[in-house]
Design a protein around this ligand. Sequence first.
Ligand code: BZS
Ligand code: ZN
Length: 425
Amino acid sequence: MKSLSAITIGLLLLTSFANANTAAGKQQISKSKSTYHWMKFNAADKYARSKVADLGVTIEAVVEDYVMGLGTEDDLKAAKASGLLETSFPLTPKMLDFPAYDSNFHNYDELTTELEKLAAANPGLVRLSSIGKSLEGRELHLITLSTDGDDMSRPAVFFMGGHHAREHLSVEMALKLSQYLVQQYKSDNPRVTPLLANRTVYIVPLVNPDGAEFDVSAGDYKLWRKNRRNNGSAYGVDLNRNYGFGWGGGGASTSPSNDTYRGPSAFSEPETQAVKQFIDTHDNINIVLTYHTFSALILYPWGQKYEHIETEKDYMVHKTMAETMARWNGYTPQQSSELYIASGDTTDWAYGVHGIISFTFELDPGMSPDKNFDPGKGFYPGQKLIEPTFRKNVEPALYLLEHSDNPYRVIESTSTAYGFRADIL
Ligand code: BZS
Ligand code: ZN
């Protein structure tokens, strides 16, 4: 992505932090907006975690009876007043550094080039188009893999990455998936080639290109999450709080300066509108998977309430598929409100409105073996994590594709009630 040296970036960061205290710097970015705090809360259950989420802090990791979160100066004040905060510290420029050896990550232009190359080299299999434009006018690239001229004639899985700007690993995952499927199809992989003869794959690797570009725009990392909507007093809408099913419920902020700001109305943002429009008009999509980072989780609806999906068989399909996929990537499968309540996310809408079986993967964190999260590594884990994270998530992607004709097979074909399929062991 960037190829500036760590020292250069460090200097740039120091300069930008120093600038924040000058009159000129203040105009651009106030200190309270530029300083993020890493916070550790006592929160032993989903109710306590929902309270933390309601403070406006974004929860980044759950470890035993604690949650780790990120927030601004204002969020820290609220956190201190809540009585739940155990400890906190400001993130230093060093923690936000993105060293030169991470240049394998793709910025928007590099991503565009890769997708163009993939499409140009594989006519008849790969089509590059767009589901719409971002607020700042960037194309929301769509890769369609189909060996049939009419992609809508076959069952499909819709994969997305990059709803949240700083979650760059999720973009790499989606990009790599498109490249991998094409390579394997061409080399007659006995699973992938027959699969692509009967399925359509839709991939939007970067739903929030404006936010992702902003995050890496000045040779530093800004820990940016939202899109770049100018709300007057602050920037950005959290795209994963802007979808229109249960929009405006818990775990989403009404405050534009907050990292989980839900926006002024459901689907107020062009990026979520584009996803909505695409899903609304593609009834061959039977499964949605949206990649995020970083808690090593497989999440499924509901996020907006603690109750399970009301239709028993739908609940069991989500649960069974999540548990099955967890065997391959080692993540924890759970209903997303087990983590904390959050309303307006992609999967609640896709399932709630269209009945589409929908998952969020929280990809790998930068976590040390003693389970201490390194906040700098969390969002910027280093390019060495791209390949292993991708590898462990190939099998879940193939599994979803295989079952996209009828996801309900996973609960019908088991010998023990709702158990695992014997043939995947
Ligand atoms: C993230 C975490 C993600 C979120 C968790 C979540 C997923 C909540 C689905 C609800 C539904 O930022 O990646 O808070 O958006
Ligand atoms: Zn996310």
